[in-house]
Design a binder for this molecule. Structure first.
Ligand code: ZN
Length: 375
C-alpha cells in the first residue's frame, strides 16, 4: 500500500482531539472512531475502511509516548520510515485484533484472540516419585514448585512508568508479519513483540518487562489411595500466573511409583511368588507371609501343585475413590531340595518306595489343561 505522506491528515485531527489530549481522552476518541468506522460495521464501505485505518494509525502513534513526541516535533516525517515506510500495512480486518481489551469490550469478543496481550498462564508439570506403599494407601505430602508469579514491583504490568505497553512498531500491532510469496500472503508471528502486538519500551527493572518472576511455593499434594504409576493429578489454577489479567494455568502432578521388592500390581490386585516345600504342598499348610500391612495367612491346600495361584481376598490395593480392595494373588512354587541330610534322604527314599508315578508324556496343551484343573 502506498500512501502519500504529504497528503496525510493530521493525527490529532483524524481522532478529533486537541494536541493536549490526555491518554484516556485519546483512547476514548479512538474507540469512538473505531466503532464508527470498523469494517465489520461498514461492510463494503471503502471510505469507512480508510477512515478506520487512519484512526488506527493515528492512535498507534499518539498512544506511544516516544512516537507522539517525535510526531509533535517532526510531523509525519518522524513516523514515515520506521512506522509506515517499507513494512506491510495492517489489513483493516486485522486491525480489529490490535487492542485486545479495547475491542474485546467493544464487540463483545472476549476470550483470547490473536494480538491480545491477555494470556493464560502456562500449565505446569511437576513430577513426584512415591513409594509403592504410598501409592497403595495414599499419602499427603508437601511439594515445592517453582512457578511464575505476577511481579510485585510492577504488579504484573511489566512497567512502572504507568505508560503501559505500546504498539509494536515492527508489526504495527498485528502480532504478525505478512509476506507475499508467489500468489500467497504468508503470515508469521512478529519477533519483536513475540506475537502480542505490543512492546514494553520502559520495562520494570525487577521482571525486565516479563510481568512475572519465578517464585517457589509450597503446596500440599494429597495422593489418593490406589493411584498407579503415571497418574496425573490436576490442580486447576495452580499453574503459572497469567499475563495482563489472564487466568492461571493448571498444575499437573505426575506420579511415578517405585517398584516393590516383591509385589507387582495388576490394577487393584497384587501378585507375588512364594516358595513352599514339597511336604507343605503335599500335606497342606498355613504359613505367614508378609503382606502390605503386616503378616497375612497363606492357606496352602493339601495336594497343591507347583505354580498354583492362591487368592487372598481383600489384601490387595484399595479401589481408587471407592470402597473395597483388590486381592493378593500368591503363586506358590514347590521347591525341590538341593541338599538333604542323611535322615532326610532316607525319609524321601521311603516315600519314593511307597509312591508310584507314571512318567507318561503329555502334550504341552494337556499340561496347561491340567494346570487349569488344579487351579
Ligand atoms: Zn515487574
Amino acid at each position: 500500500m502506498s500512501r502519500n505522506q504529504v497528503s496525510k491528515a493530521d493525527y490529532y485531527e483524524v481522532l478529533g482531539v486537541t494536541r493536549e489530549v490526555s491518554e484516556t481522552e485519546l483512547k476514548t476518541a479512538y474507540r469512538k472512531q473505531a466503532m464508527k468506522y470498523h469494517p465489520d460495521r461498514n461492510p463494503g464501505d471503502a471510505s469507512a475502511e480508510e477512515r478506520f485505518k487512519e484512526a488506527s494509525e493515528a492512535y498507534q502513534v499518539l498512544s506511544d509516548g516516544d512516537k507522539r513526541a517525535a510526531y509533535d516535533r517532526y510531523g509525519h516525517a518522524a513516523t514515515g520510515a520506521g512506522f509506515n515506510g517499507g513494512g506491510p500495512f495492517a489489513d483493516a480486518a486485522d486491525l480489529g485484533d490490535i487492542f485486545g481489551d479495547l475491542f474485546g469490550e467493544m464487540f463483545g469478543g472476549g476470550g483470547q484472540r490473536r494480538g491480545s496481550r491477555v494470556q493464560r498462564g502456562e500449565d505446569l508439570r511437576f513430577d513426584v516419585t512415591i513409594e509403592f506403599e504410598e501409592a497403595v494407601f495414599g499419602k499427603e505430602t508437601e511439594v515445592k514448585v517453582r512457578r511464575r508469579e505476577n511481579c510485585a514491583t510492577c504488579r504484573g504490568a511489566g512497567t512502572t512508568s504507568g505508560r503501559g505497553p505500546t504498539v509494536c512498531a515492527t508489526c504495527q500491532g498485528r502480532g504478525q508479519l505478512r509476506y507475499q510469496q508467489g500468489f500467497f500472503s504468508v503470515a508469521r508471528a512478529c519477533g519483536n513483540c513475540g506475537g502480542t502486538g505490543t512492546v514494553i519500551t520502559d520495562p520494570c527493572t525487577t521482571c525486565r518487562g516479563e510481568t512475572r518472576v519465578m517464585r517457589e511455593f509450597k503446596m500440599n499434594v494429597k495422593i489418593p489411595a490406589g493411584v498407579e504409576d503415571g497418574t496425573r493429578i490436576r490442580y486447576s489454577g495452580e499453574g503459572e500466573a497469567g499475563r495482563f489479567g489472564g487466568p492461571r494455568g493448571d498444575l499437573y502432578v505426575v506420579l511415578s511409583v517405585r517398584a516393590h521388592d516383591f509385589f507387582e500390581r495388576d490394577g487393584v490386585d497384587l501378585h507375588c511368588v512364594v516358595p513352599i516345600s514339597f511336604p507343605q504342598a503335599a500335606l497342606g499348610a498355613e504359613v505367614q507371609i508378609p503382606g502390605l500391612e503386616g503378616e497375612v495367612t497363606l492357606r496352602i491346600p493339601e495336594g497343591t501343585q507347583s505354580g498354583k495361584e492362591i487368592r487372598i481376598r481383600n489384601e490387595g490395593v484399595p479401589h481408587l475413590n471407592e470402597n473395597g480392595r483388590g486381592d493378593l494373588i500368591v503363586q506358590v512354587l514347590v521347591q525341590t531340595p538341593k541338599k538333604l541330610s542323611r535322615t532326610q534322604r532316607e525319609l524321601v527314599r521311603q516315600l519314593a518306595d511307597s509312591m508310584s508315578v507314571e512318567n507318561k508324556p503329555a502334550s504341552r496343551n494337556m499340561l496347561n489343561k491340567m494346570k487349569d484343573l488344579f487351579n
